[in-house]
Design a protein around this ligand. Structure first.
Ligand code: FAD
Length: 382
């Protein structure tokens, strides 16, 4: 392992790999990514990998729009020898309550004003897109045909390979156990395989972000929580878009090879680092999805698994440097939507490290917002 680096990134998920690639693309040499397991072993490899532009705040819409533009050209830009499997089958987001319906009308107005191709639909119109949708329980829906999903392993692999070609060193099965700090500045990273001197460390450790912050005595207002997901047997193509409901707390999509992937949130999940699976999830998931999409009940479940959401009080990420520790950057707290933000996470953090003006204004997403009570209120999160 090398002894000195210009930047050390902790975490080999989609965020860490994107940050490494973007820094290297901007000409930074001597970048190291440290991953305690294999690449994408954290939330990245466990996620639904859905990407949507249908957000309720301008900042999130803009972040997602730019990320989608990147995913559309990613195979070429990253010179990938495979395919990240970006399928733009759209997102159909259904409203079941009056409150949701009112919010969705506002969202669509905002999204259209920003140039997002989105439509507000009646239940009948929604049924034309997903014919077996149970419209008895929905009031309206919104639909953006350019939203979609990817293969999270292949997307991470594409970033990692592109970063390596640009000289980034990626050490897997290498756990960070400590961070050396002197006079309020980062000086190095200690791992189970040796120490690397560096003045810049990026915490991109996903569900383990607070554990990394503990190493430097910084408290961030995040908690980690298990989110579960399952996959069915593959069947003939029958559902174009991802179907999502905030009030039912579910999402369900058919992947290019025919399997359905679906997940749901549960406010009763314990706040810790467990990623075990439960039968209660299977039971609740089946009940909820068949309420909204009845024929899905005919499919057999192949496998279920879980991953960690790293959640902030406003369910928005924390980006950027920390006030009291020079050289320590955060790209954490993605609250269940960090995969789709990854292209912008990489670019924005690289810009911050290099002292460049951010392409999109993310000054609202600093750690300090919590101290100041300036939370970013995004109405459209699962
Ligand atoms: P991670 O992928 O968690 O990577 C962090 C890495 O840091 C891990 O690999 C971990 O092993 C490593 N690490 C931790 N501690 C150390 C250490 N001490 N030393 C070295 N390495 C360390 N997002 C979307 O945008 N769309 C979705 O549809 C979506 N669906 C989801 C469904 C589920 C069930 C889950 C769990 C998440 C979902 N997400 C989704 C959220 C998304 O998965 C995450 O926000 C995103 O993957 C975060 O990526 P990351 O690289 O920041 O973190």
């Amino acid at each position: 392992m090398i002894k000195t680096a210009d930047v050390v990134i902790i975490g080999g998920g989609i965020s860490g790999c994107s940050i490494a690639y973007n820094l290297a693309k901007k000409g930074v040499k001597n970048i190291v990514v440290l991953e305690k397991n294999y690449l994408a072993s954290g939330a990245t490899g466990r996620c639904g990998a859905g990407v949507r532009q249908q957000w309720g705040t301008e900042m999130n819409c803009r972040l997602a729009m730019e990320s989608i533009k990147f995913f559309e050209r990613a195979n070429e830009e990253l010179e990938y020898d495979g395919d990240i499997e970006f399928k733009q089958g759209g997102y159909l987001i259904v409203a079941s309550t009056e409150k949701e319906d009112v919010q969705f009308r506002k969202n669509v107005e905002l999204q259209k004003s920003l140039g997002i191709q989105v439509e507000y639909l009646t239940p009948k119109e929604a049924k034309e897109i997903v014919p077996y949708l149970n419209t008895d329980i929905i009031r309206s829906a919104t639909y953006c045909p350019k939203d979609g999903h990817l293969n999270p392993f292949l997307t991470t692999d594409a970033y990692a390979k592109a970063a390596k070609r640009l000289g980034v060193k990626i050490y897997t099965f290498t756990e960070v156990t400590g961070i050396r700090v002197e006079n309020g500045k980062v000086k190095g990273v200690i791992t189970n395989k040796g120490e690397i001197s560096t003045n810049i460390v990026v915490n991109a450790a996903g569900g383990y972000s607070q554990l990394i912050c503990d190493m430097v005595g910084i408290d961030i207002p995040v908690y980690s929580e298990r989110h579960q997901i399952l996959v069915t047997e593959p069947v003939e193509p029958m559902q174009g878009p991802m179907v999502m409901s905030f009030s039912l707390n579910i999402y369900c999509q058919q992947t290019p090879h025919g399997s359905f992937i679906m997940g749901r949130g549960d406010d009763n999940e314990p706040r810790d680092l467990r990623i075990t699976s439960s039968w209660q999830f299977l039971d609740e998931m089946a009940k909820t999805v068949t309420k909204l999409l009845p024929p899905i009940g005919e499919l057999r479940v192949i496998r279920q698994w879980a991953g960690l959401y790293n959640i902030t009080p406003d369910k928005q990420p924390i980006y950027g440097p920390t006030k009291n520790l020079e050289g320590f950057y955060l790209a954490v707290g993605f609250s269940g939507h960090g995969f789709m933000l990854a292209p912008m996470t990489g670019l924005l953090i690289a810009e911050q490290i290099l002292g460049e003006k951010n392409t999109i204004d993310i000054s609202k997403l600093t750690l300090e917002r919590f101290e100041k009570g300036e939370l970013v209120l995004e109405p459209s999160v699962v």
